[in-house]
Write a protein that binds this ligand. Structure first.
Ligand code: ZN
Length: 282
């Protein structure tokens, strides 16, 4: 009896720590995304170059983007910090985007969910890092229609590691075929239709498809485009035509891969009958 109490306390604190870890990671990556936008694409892109730029991006203490007021440690606490400051800068009262505490909450919940399904702590942590880097792709693509190329090696690294730790997958010849199939597809669109797709899509989408693997690339591809069409339709201004409208596809590729990993987790760990793509071999 006593043993089971300790066990549930242990489980509960593991979930608590994971939630906090996921939320902190979201806080780290949204800040990183914002700084990449400011120092690599924004008005400060000429101030620091090369290695120095990354040093500033990683070492500058958190501050208010409006007045430069340094954020205290308590106010940096994920989610809670946002409520403590009432969502405003303590000094100049500039409101801070609600998207940040929401992303923190979301990644906290994702951390708990992934560990609940997989019971694999290393796999959960590595997947959270992958999602953090996807967050950066989403932010740079929404703000600047640009996928940060320096982000790609991290996506590949954390993606391959997640696949190995959570699903026991190593890249095979099949992975290469999925990659090449997507690469040729996007390259043709890029070369044949001017403005049909960006170079970022040609480089990123085949990687995402290869990380999804066979047959999950089908889910990845369809969910990315369904989300793109759905959101563009819902978010359009009244009377606005969608024809020729520029769509931040990197955002939808990232969201598609995000959803694909959830499907992979459920299929791999629950092996849903009738849903399983592996079939049953007895
Ligand atoms: Zn301020």
């Amino acid at each position: 009896m006593e043993e089971s109490i300790w066990l549930s306390l242990w489980t509960l604190s593991t979930y608590g720590i994971l939630f906090f870890f996921g939320a902190s990671l979201a806080s780290f990556y949204t800040t990183l995304g914002e700084r990449i936008l400011l120092y690599c694409y924004g008005k400060k892109r000429k101030e620091f170059l090369g290695f120095l730029r990354w040093k500033v991006i990683f070492s500058k203490p958190s501050h208010c983007p409006s007045c430069g007021h340094l954020v205290t440690k308590t106010h940096l606490t994920p989610i809670a910090g946002w409520f403590l400051t009432k969502g405003k800068c303590f000094q100049c009262q500039t409101p801070l985007p609600k998207l940040y505490p929401l992303t923190e909450l979301l990644l906290g919940i994702v951390a708990v969910f992934v560990y609940f399904v997989s019971e694999d702590i290393a796999g959960t942590i590595v997947l959270l890092f992958l999602l953090g880097h996807l967050l950066i792709s989403m932010m740079t693509d929404v703000a600047k229609f640009s996928l940060d190329y320096e982000n790609l090696p991290f996506l590949i690294g954390f993606g391959l590691l997640s696949n190995y730790l959570l699903f026991g997958e190593l890249p095979t010849l099949e992975t290469l075929w999925v990659y090449l199939g997507f690469f040729v597809f996007y390259l043709l669109i890029y070369l044949l239709f001017r403005g049909g797709t960006g170079l970022g899509d040609v480089l990123f989408s085949p990687v995402f498809a290869a990380l999804a693997g066979n047959p999950f690339w089908i889910l990845y591809f369809n969910s990315a485009y369904l989300l793109a069409v759905g959101f563009s339709f819902l978010l359009r201004k009244k009377g606005e035509s969608l024809k020729g409208k520029k769509v931040p596809m990197g955002l939808y590729f990232s969201l598609g891969l995000f959803l694909t990993y959830f499907a992979k987790l459920l299929v791999h760990y629950y092996n849903w009958e009738g849903f399983s793509i592996y079939g049953t071999i007895e």
